[in-house]
Design a protein around this ligand. Structure first.
Ligand SMILES: CC(C)(COP(=O)(O)OP(=O)(O)OC[C@H]1O[C@@H](n2cnc3c(N)ncnc32)[C@H](O)[C@@H]1OP(=O)(O)O)[C@@H](O)C(=O)NCCC(=O)NCCS
Length: 163
């Protein structure tokens, strides 16, 4: 697997990975119609292209893709602003899960965030997404409470001396 910064030309692949991953992950939680409308709204091509461009110029966190044989198989998007750092999206194609790729992509993103001096990361996982919850717990994220249908999880990076 190769990990690299996404390019604007990857936007349609990001949308396709998101759509297939959402269908796989949330099929017993949300209706097909809800998933389609969410993808249309939150993954509009102009918005994804803009987020990719801003991340590439270091303005809006990081937006990395995981590729196999030049095909996008997963992505991670972390949003950084003055107040907080949030892992907003981490999605893999269903056929490429449980091979350690998600762990590798998350670790890569965390290293970049750490190298920028960021210490605390939050994220939200749908409360019925047991695979996602266990995955993040395994990576050191702790439950910080409920927020509507989501569980909020946080992780504080130790500095290099373990403090
Ligand atoms: C969550 C996700 C990113 C994890 O990536 P992955 O490549 O599948 O995970 P890894 O192979 O690195 O697995 C790490 C650990 O996560 C847990 N895990 C991953 N997939 C799992 C599955 N299908 N069933 C149960 N546990 C699973 C396991 O604890 C696993 O460790 P193990 O294999 O040693 O038991 C991926 O499954 C995915 O894209 N899921 C759909 C989208 C999603 O839920 N994203 C997170 C919320 S935004």
């Amino acid at each position: 697997m190769e990990i690299r910064q996404l390019r604007e030309s990857d936007a349609e692949s990001v949308i396709e990975v998101a759509r297939l991953s959402w269908e796989w992950t949330y099929q017993s939680i949300y209706s097909h119609e809800f998933i389609e409308s969410w993808i249309r709204e939150k993954y509009a091509k102009h918005a994804i292209s803009d987020q990719i461009t801003r991340s590439a110029s270091g303005q809006n966190g990081i937006f990395l893709g995981a590729f196999q044989n030049n095909k996008l198989i997963g992505f991670i998007h972390a949003v950084v602003n003055d107040f907080e750092t949030e892992i907003a999206r981490l999605y893999f194609l269903p056929g490429f899960t449980r091979r350690g790729f998600g762990s590798e992509l998350l670790r890569t993103a965390e290293e970049i965030l750490r190298s920028r001096g960021l210490r605390r990361v939050r994220l939200y996982v749908q409360k019925q997404n047991n695979i996602g919850i266990v995955f993040y717990q395994k990576h050191g994220y702790s439950d910080a409470g409920y927020c509507d249908d989501d569980i909020e999880m946080v992780k504080t990076f130790q500095d290099r001396r373990g403090i």
